[in-house]
Ligand binder design. Structure first.
Ligand code: MG
Ligand code: ZN
Length: 222
């Protein structure tokens, strides 16, 4: 099989510019300091469009709002659909519209902080833009990263996107009720995840019903 590969620095993509990535990491560290000063734990929620990021946050807000003061930042290209859904579960939500950007970056998250009262919360969910590629390269300053994958993304989605899982603290394999119809084995996805990152915490979920939410709460130590 003939394979065409790009050489280092050859891709005409501003996102791969080392200066941009370094500047983002610096801003992410500043975000982390600000969060720590206010005793806020932040969780970056990543995954494809339609994998279940918003539903995950809604279930966590519902289960945890008794013992945490929660806010959320919802990243999306142009719509406020996710922010409105999360808001309906009871959390204070700041919408961040990224326009054409296919990921959140530390600067946008910092701007969202200025719309939140960090003194009033202790847990912050950040819903990243639906994308499995570049969010991995843009830390936001969050303390933990969770990736939501869905069996509807097929049997090869894990092996095709290793980088998003390397820095993840937990993964939710969602829509497990559809695994048979999709011909995707949940255990196989879990095995592939553990090859990429041994010890990774994996929760098997169905966020239509909330099944598995407790396992995810445990995986994240919330
Ligand atoms: Mg969403
Ligand atoms: Zn991007």
């Amino acid at each position: 099989m003939k394979v065409v590969e790009s050489d280092e620095g050859e891709i005409l993509d501003i996102e791969l510019n080392e200066d941009f990535l370094r500047r983002n990491r610096e801003l992410a560290e500043e975000n982390r300091k600000l969060l720590d000063q206010h005793n806020v734990r932040a969780i970056d929620v990543m995954g494809s469009i339609g994998s279940g990021k918003t539903s995950l946050i809604m279930h966590l807000v519902t289960r945890l709002s008794g013992r945490h003061k929660i806010a959320a930042i919802a990243g999306d290209l142009t719509t406020t659909i996710d922010a409105e859904r999360i808001s309906s579960s009871g959390a204070n939500v700041i919408e961040v519209n990224t326009g054409r950007e296919c990921h959140l970056d530390a600067n946008l998250v910092r701007k969202a902080f200025s719309e939140l009262n960090l003194e009033e919360i202790d847990l912050l969910f950040i819903e990243n833009v639906g994308n499995l590629i570049c969010p991995a390269d843009f830390p936001l300053g969050a303390h933990q990263r969770v990736v939501v994958i869905s069996v509807t993304e097929g049997p090869y989605m894990v092996v095709k996107h290793p980088f998003i899982f390397i820095d993840a603290d937990a993964v939710a394999i969602n829509k497990i009720d559809l695994s048979q119809a999709m011909g995707v084995k949940v255990e196989q996805l879990e095995q592939q995840l553990l090859v990429i990152k041994p010890g990774l915490k994996v929760a098997k979920t169905n966020f239509m019903t909330g099944e598995g939410t407790e396992g995810l709460i445990e995986a994240l130590g919330l």
